[in-house]
Design a binder for this molecule. Structure first.
Ligand code: 13P
Length: 296
């Protein structure tokens, strides 16, 4: 059965955004949004920086507040923005969820089959590509395993790194548009400084020509992220740090005035913190000033 996406023109796909980033040797920030204020913050930051931007939601976020609701929220904001905005499903945990996001109008889909064995991962990733391609929606998949915890997803402590030769075969057989690599980063908080295997990244880059994606970037020092971008990373995911920023803003309001009861006051403070964090990351990733008109 052919899946059909709704017309979603105000949003762009990640295909063109990441192709431009690959050519221009910078990365597009992909920021996890979990409420209306985070959506506003990410778009406002990107507009001020004249940067293309990706917003993404995890299955946990979609469970908390319906896929259609999140999509409508993002679309309404993107419509007014003067920069290209893509809406991406982060860590799509099943074919069915990927299809749900596609039907809602998401303009980029990740299928995360990294919990499967190699063949199983290929099978589910390929199936999602076959459903998304006729709709012009690009697909990201993961090979190896980015460990750590993100919402309901527990990547565990064991982090099998991406093998370059396997990556080449995986990309050829699945037809995916971008590949998330496991090179030592993990979701959530790091106990010590993460050891990122940048040499492995270069080895992958030599044999894989599609854009590469870095997950688990909160807590990774900026110099390391920039080195990854120099070596071929085109999309950089941040989630935990946005939660930290939002909560910092909310907490400050309650610390200063414990009697606050207006959600606009504390959520607005959270929004300001997220915006300033996102601006800083956009600058570091080199995507400032790289907005091109949203694709028709
Ligand atoms: P962090 O929570 O470590 O930033 O990871 C985000 C991520 O990779 C989303 O897929």
């Amino acid at each position: 059965m052919r899946e059909t996406a709704e017309k979603n023109m105000p949003l762009t796909t990640t295909k063109e955004l990441l192709k431009n980033a690959q050519e221009g040797r910078y990365a597009v920030g992909a920021f996890n949004v979990e409420n209306m204020e985070m959506v506003q913050a990410v778009i406002a930051a990107a507009e001020e920086m004249n940067a293309p931007v990706i917003m993404q939601t995890t299955p946990g976020t979609l469970k908390y507040a319906d896929t259609d609701l999140f999509f409508a929220n993002a679309q309404a904001m993107a419509k007014k923005a003067k920069i290209p905005v893509a809406m991406h499903l982060d860590h799509g945990s099943s074919f069915d969820l990927a299809m749900k996001a596609l039907r809602s109008g998401y303009t980029s889909i990740m299928i995360d089959g990294s919990h499967e064995n190699f063949e199983g991962n290929i099978e589910v990733s390929k199936k999602v590509v076959e459903a998304c391609r006729p709709n012009g929606v690009p697909v990201e998949a993961e090979l190896g395993k980015v460990g750590g915890k993100e919402d309901d997803l527990d990547g565990g402590d064991e982090n099998p790194y991406t093998d370059p030769e396997d990556a080449k075969v995986f990309v050829e057989r699945t037809g995916i548009d971008s590949l998330a690599v496991a090179i030592g980063t993990a979701h959530g908080f790091y106990k010590g400084e993460p050891k990122v295997d940048v040499e492995r990244l270069s080895e992958i880059k030599k044999v894989v020509d599609i854009p590469l994606v870095l997950h688990g970037t909160s807590g990774v020092p900026d110099e390391v992220v920039m080195e990854c971008v120099r070596r071929g990373i085109c999309k950089v995911n941040y989630a935990t740090d946005l939660r930290v920023a939002f909560t910092k803003g909310v907490r400050r309001v309650f610390d200063e005035n414990p009697d606050t009861i207006d959600p606009k006051k504390y959520s607005g403070a959270g929004r300001d913190e997220v915006k300033s964090y996102v601006k800083q990351k956009i600058r570091m990733l080199g995507s400032e000033g790289k907005a091109r008109p949203a694709l028709a």
